[in-house]
Design a protein around this ligand. Structure first.
Ligand SMILES: Nc1ncnc2c1ncn2[C@@H]1O[C@H](COP(=O)(O)OP(=O)(O)OP(=O)(O)O)[C@@H](O)[C@H]1O
Ligand SMILES: [Mg+2]
Length: 470
């Protein structure tokens, strides 16, 4: 059924009520009006002014308003006060910078900013605070944040479980999701793109729990990762070359180790004349290229129907003439479709997966392929993996909170029943300093990858000493 037919059907009349004749006659006109609306909605990107302004208004609010007030933004009187303040600041900026803008447009921008800035209650100030990268509500009296890779408990409290639940509802309702006893887990996104997971009793024993991975307004670029010490300039050059010559790469790592961030950086190396299709459970990637189609999976509806899984999207993407397929994270059966795509001419695909070492990544992939439900012998699966994947980038979150690429490993092929792996770069830990920071260095293993010739043939000349141990 087409989208338009569905929209039409949804507009059902109550039982027993006949659609009036005039209504029937105007159906076509109505439909085309709806198509128009839908198209204009799809074309209507949020204006940049409102987005840029939101960030500035937020910064001013953080400076001028007590954080406690921001955290009580779900109390009606406080909300009113904050709304006044936001309007005042926003109006001032608009009058100065866009004096010709009409009243209606101004009002619209101001109310958009109010909606975005307010409304998440006790965790508002944390969401506005740029030094916080993750917010975790375990129970009404236990709210943790992550700052610079380290977890800290905050002094923030919710009134009770009801209050936490209320905030969850505020987050999920606008995007058409719901949370209740029959569907007690939900993934959602905040208006700024931050990823939210909420889970409530009976599954969460201590009460409703929220985890928010904040969206950085400016995604980290390769130079940021070099400055953080996640990788060296040499490793970055090597990875860039690997992406340009269309090797298939898997970024492997534990939870929160920075896989998606690294995937985003690797994707930034894809030449801008290639067509990229991205597939994610919750859209997090922020690609700079123009020619990108982003797809997102969909959870089932209230009746448990209509779910669209990763597998469906990976298969669909093959019919979209992709030059590159970027899969946010492989977790299950989609690994088989992904490997098959890589083995049938869709080179240059990049994905991430959850594993603790490159070898572990290989066995995870084997397990995921089995999850596709096809009875394949282990050797056949391994052969598929060995011929599809060229490179594994292992990233870990170290004990001191830093994120490091600790192996860049080539998948060389099969020897008997085993997949042969060869490290090209490794992190060598030397010790820990007085402040608990891990000391070590990232270095080449001294071995040139087997696909080195591919670089030369593609006109990419890497310095010969890039792979030397120094
Ligand atoms: N190289 C890095 N150095 C420092 N911080 C980083 C680095 N990469 C990512 N981060 C931060 O770490 C957090 C987790 O990053 P990211 O979402 O990329 O991890 P992930 O491994 O994809 O997580 P998940 O397993 O939840 O999908 C984010 O707050 C991000 O800003
Ligand atoms: Mg991720």
């Amino acid at each position: 059924m087409s989208l338009m037919q569905r929209l039409d059907k949804e507009k059902k009349l109550p039982e027993g009520v006949e659609r009036p004749a005039s209504d029937k006659k105007s159906e076509t006109a109505e439909r085309s009006e709806r198509t128009e609306r839908l198209i204009s909605h799809l074309n209507n990107k949020p204006p940049d002014i409102s987005r840029q302004m939101k960030n500035r208004v937020q910064e001013i609010l953080m400076k001028e308003v007590e954080p406690e007030l921001l955290d009580r933004s779900d109390e009606p009187e406080i909300q009113e006060k904050l709304q006044e303040k936001i309007s005042e600041v926003a109006l001032f900026i608009l009058e100065n910078e866009h004096p010709t803008m009409n009243r209606t447009e101004r009002q619209r921008i101001i109310s958009e900013i109010c909606d975005e800035v307010l409304g998440f209650g006790p965790i508002n100030s944390l969401l506005l605070d740029p030094t916080v990268s993750e917010v975790m509500v375990n129970s009404p009296n236990q709210v943790y944040v992550e700052r610079k890779g380290k977890l800290e408990k905050t002094a923030i409290h919710f009134r009770d479980n009801e209050h936490v639940l209320h905030i969850i509802e505020k987050i999920v309702a606008p995007i058409g999701r719901r949370i209740d006893e029959s569907s007690p887990m939900v993934d959602a996104r905040l208006p700024d793109g931050s990823r939210v997971n909420a889970i409530i009793p009976p599954l969460a024993l201590k009460g409703p729990s929220i985890t928010i991975r904040k969206f950085s307004r400016e995604p980290f670029m390769v130079n940021d990762l070099i400055n953080f010490g996640t990788l060296t300039p040499e490793m970055a050059k090597f990875l860039e070359a690997c992406v340009r010559v269309k090797l298939n790469v898997v970024v492997s790592g534990g939870t929160g180790s920075g896989k998606t961030t690294t995937l985003n950086v690797l994707s930034s190396f894809i030449p801008s004349d290639e067509r990229i299709v991205t597939i994610e459970d919750a859209a997090e990637l922020q690609l700079r290229q123009d020619h990108v189609v982003s797809l997102e999976t969909r959870p089932p509806n209230v009746e448990g129907k209509g779910a669209i899984h990763m597998r469906d999207l990976v298969r669909n993407s093959l019919r979209m003439r992709p030059d590159r397929i970027v899969v946010g994270e492989v977790r299950g059966g989609e690994a088989l479709d992904m490997l098959q795509a890589m083995n049938t001419g869709h080179d240059g695909s990049i994905t991430t997966g959850h594993a603790n070492s490159p070898r572990d990544m290989i066995s995870r992939l084997e397990t995921m392929v089995l999850m596709a439900g096809m009875e394949l012998p282990a050797k056949a699966i391994r052969e598929q993996i060995a011929s599809a994947i060229n490179l594994i980038v292992q990233q870990n979150r170290l004990r001191d909170g830093s994120r490091k690429i600790i192996n860049i490993t080539e998948v060389q092929g099969m020897e008997g029943d085993t997949i042969v792996l060869q490290d090209i770069f490794v992190f060598e830990q030397k010790g820990i300093d007085d402040n608990g920071k891990i000391i070590g260095r990232l270095k080449a293993s001294g071995i040139r990858p087997k696909f080195y010739d591919l670089f030369e043939r593609s006109g990419i000349h890497l310095p010969p000493d890039l792979f030397s141990v120094y």
